[in-house]
Design a protein around this ligand. Structure first.
Ligand code: MN3
Length: 199
C-alpha cells in the first residue's frame, strides 16, 4: 500500500489574509511535501516497510543508518502533514482550558512559552523544526534538525513550525523571525494542539 499525501485541511488561499500566500502552498505542499511522498514510495516499494504505518517506518528507519534516505522522506511526510494541521485561518492568540493551564504550569506563563518557542524556532541553525511536546507529562519546547522529529525521542508532538527556508521564503524572504511572529499571532491552531494533548 502506497503512502499518500493527505489533502490540506483548508483551502490553499485561506491563509492569505493571515500572512501565508497560496503560492507558498503551491510550492510547499504541491512540490516539497509531494516530493517527499513520491520519494518515500519509490524507496519503500517492494520492501517490508511498504506495509508499515508511517510512524513505524519513521522509528524503524531512524535506528538504521543504512535507511537514512527512507527516514528523511518518511519523517518529512509526517512532519508536513502535522504542520498543515498546526495552522488555521484566524488562528493564533492564546489557548484556553486545560492546555492553557498546562502551559502556565510548565512554562510559568503563556508569554514565557512564546518566548521559548520563538527562540527555539529562530536559533535552529539551518533547516529544521520547532515543537511543543508532551514529554512524559511535562510540556516542553524543542527544536530538531532537518527531518528529525519528537517521535524518535519518545515524546508526543503537540504543535510544530517548519523553519526550513522553503517554509517562509515566499512570504517573508529571509526574515525568519517575522514568520515566527506571524505564526504565533495569526496561524496557530490551538484546537489541534488541545486535541493532541488530550489524545
Ligand atoms: Mn517544509
Amino acid at each position: 500500500m502506497a503512502f499518500t499525501q493527505p489533502p490540506l485541511p483548508f483551502d490553499s488561499k485561506a491563509l492569505e489574509p493571515y500572512g501565508m500566500k497560496a503560492e507558498t502552498f503551491e510550492y510547499h505542499y504541491g512540490k516539497h511535501h509531494a516530493a517527499y511522498v513520491n520519494n518515500l514510495n519509490k524507496l519503500t516499494e517492494g520492501t517490508e516497510l511498504a506495509d508499515k504505518t508511517l510512524e513505524e517506518v519513521i522509528t524503524t528507519a531512524y535506528s538504521d543508518p543504512s535507511k537514512a534516505g527512507i527516514f528523511n522522506n518518511a519523517a518529512q511526510v509526517w512532519n508536513h502533514t502535522f504542520f498543515w494541521n498546526s495552522l488555521k485561518p484566524a488562528g493564533g492568540g492564546a489557548p484556553t482550558g486545560d492546555l492553557a493551564a498546562r502551559i502556565d504550569k510548565d512554562f510559568g506563563s503563556f508569554d514565557k512559552f512564546k518566548e521559548e518557542f520563538s527562540a527555539a524556532a529562530a536559533t535552529q541553525f539551518g533547516s529544521g523544526w520547532a515543537w511543543l511536546v508532551d514529554d512524559a507529562g511535562t510540556l516542553k519546547v524543542m527544536k530538531t534538525p532537518n527531518a528529525e522529529n519528537p517521535l524518535v525521542h519518545g515524546k508526543k508532538p503537540l504543535l510544530t513550525l517548519d523553519v526550513w527556508e522553503h517554509a517562509y521564503y515566499i512570504d517573508y524572504r529571509n526574515a525568519r523571525p517575522a514568520f515566527i511572529k506571524n505564526f504565533l499571532e495569526q496561524l496557530v491552531n490551538w484546537d489541534f494542539v488541545a486535541a493532541n494533548l488530550a489524545a
